[in-house]
Design a protein around this ligand. Sequence first.
Ligand code: DC
Length: 219
Amino acid sequence: MTVVAVDGPVGSGKSTVARRVAACLGYVYLDTGAMYRAVGLLATEAGVALDDEEAVVTLARSAGLHFDGDGRLFAGGRDVSDAIRTLEMGAAASRVSALPGVRELLVEEQRRIAGSADIVMEGRDIGTVVFPDAAVKVYLTARPEVRAARRAAELRAKGDQVDEAQVLAALLERDRRDSTRAVAPLRRSADAVELDTSGMTLDEVVEAVAGIARGRAAP
Ligand code: DC
């Protein structure tokens, strides 16, 4: 089993890169941020306070989160893949992800999903907490303005009205919360390869990460 851990802040290119690297290597792909987003969505819809740990954990436990074969995320029978892709749900995910009980539950689920498969898993704590012994660890970064421009383009592509300054402010706030929380904060694992993707094309980043993975994966 080979785990490729891809961590980094908002808009560093993790999701697109991790998905493409998984396709390139023939590995399973897991977007752990989607799971925190789904919990944030369900809590918001249920009117549960996002810092009410007991209530959010109860909700998460009964949510029946699962990915189908195409990587779409379901909560019970409902496909939540599109509803979780908003600025608001990014912020909600960041808040519920600071709750230790939520992390415990989702990390356990992430390890279960990985099972014994070769997998590319992306998030904030994959190389530090979920799979500290991962064979391959990559930490993606990019300048905040570059990350905000990428995230704004993504939101625009799906028809949302966006103000780039607002996207940048939301992103910096999320970075601050994700990297200062008490449990499993966002940080580069000491043994991760750090890549600043600011001046790189997507193809270059995918090639670099796949190359690192090919060099380190168990034969
Ligand atoms: O990667 P993303 O933007 O979809 O993640 C949404 C939020 O979920 C992020 O702000 C922090 C949280 N998260 C986390 O705490 N740990 C992970 N492994 C993945 C995401």
